[in-house]
Design a protein around this ligand. Structure first.
Ligand code: CP
Length: 309
């Protein structure tokens, strides 16, 4: 099968294992293209894409924009801070006005969970979720799983530990869905205040001790403490968090194996992970970013076939 089962990419939850493998296979072809001297293909020449960012982003925004340019689509970029949202216009009016300009696909990042689902229900364009609140970040999970596959050969039967602020993390939820669909075992590690109380209902175990977690895993995916989503304090201090859950050279040297280090970014160096670990040979942080462009090209290409002209 060479078509996705979904019309929009709202979350990993709605994808099948075959969908994910199709995205990976398509990304393999795009990786070859973006490593050629001429990195551009005319594949989406007649497609117009709007990038709607209602929340800050570096990697996702630039990666989507580059993926769209590599596929030769026409793009428009929207930033909420300089828009008429500041004059009181609603989300749906904003999106409908943009789509009225004959936009085929919408990439949306929003601070509220469910924003992309809401847009998808109310417009005919193809919608891609670029991160909605603490809910899902599907392209991040796809690029993370793809990076694990490229590094270790397979995702199946691998042990993946997610460390940190799982409670506020859309990356964690999308990673759990994606990695489990591909046959990996996922466990989470962090202070219990930052772990969702019902995490076990997703088939995910909580390991309280970082060293135990690192000894168990093949790959550790380290998350940032999302202070911007915390109305109350979930940890006493960042210094204390770092003492117990910061991944540093000392704790990595104390385990008897070489594990793969991942981080979705942005990184707060010296808090959840030390600088020398991020910059070490064990780290695939920049491979994740590179793979992100090919994964987003694959998603855009596969969903473009769902556009009704
Ligand atoms: N990983 C990620 O979503 O980073 P940005 O917030 O910079 O897009």
């Amino acid at each position: 099968m060479n078509r996705l089962t979904v019309k929009n990419l709202l979350g990993i939850k709605q994808l099948t294992e075959q969908d994910i493998n199709l995205i990976f296979k398509t990304a393999d072809n795009f990786i070859k293209i973006i490593n050629k001297p001429i990195k551009k293909v005319p594949t989406l020449r007649d497609i117009t894409i709007a990038n709607l960012f209602f929340e800050n982003s570096t990697r996702t925004k630039l990666s989507f924009e580059l993926a769209e340019k590599r596929l030769s689509s026409d793009i428009i970029n929207f930033s909420s801070s300089t828009s008429s949202l500041q004059k009181g216009e609603s989300l749906i009016d904003t999106v409908n006005n943009i789509i009225a300009m004959k936009v085929d696909m919408v990439v949306i990042r929003h601070p509220n969970a469910g924003a992309s689902d809401f847009i998808a229900k109310n417009v005919n364009s193809v919608v891609i979720n670029a991160g909605d609140g603490s809910h899902e970040h599907p392209t991040q999970a796809l690029l993370d799983a793809y990076s694990i596959r490229n590094k270790l050969g397979l995702v199946e039967n691998k042990n993946i530990l997610i460390v940190g602020d799982v409670l506020h993390s859309r990356v964690a939820l999308s990673n759990i869905f994606c990695l489990q669909k591909l046959g990996a075992t996922v466990k989470v590690c962090g202070p219990s205040t930052l772990i969702p109380r019902h995490i076990h209902t997703l088939g995910v175990e909580h390991i309280a001790d970082l060293k135990d977690g690192l000894e168990w895993c093949d790959v550790v995916n380290i998350l940032r403490i999302q202070l911007e989503r915390q109305n109350v304090k979930y940890i006493p201090t960042l210094r204390e968090y770092s003492m117990y859950y910061g991944v540093n050279r000392e704790i990595l040297n104390s385990i008897n194996k070489k594990i793969v280090i991942m981080h979705p970014g942005p990184i707060n160096r010296g808090i959840e992970v030390s600088s020398d670990v991020v910059d070490s040979k064990q780290s695939i942080v920049l491979d994740q970013v590179e793979n992100g462009v090919a994964i987003r090209m694959a998603v855009l290409y596969l969903l473009a076939s769902k556009i009704q002209k």
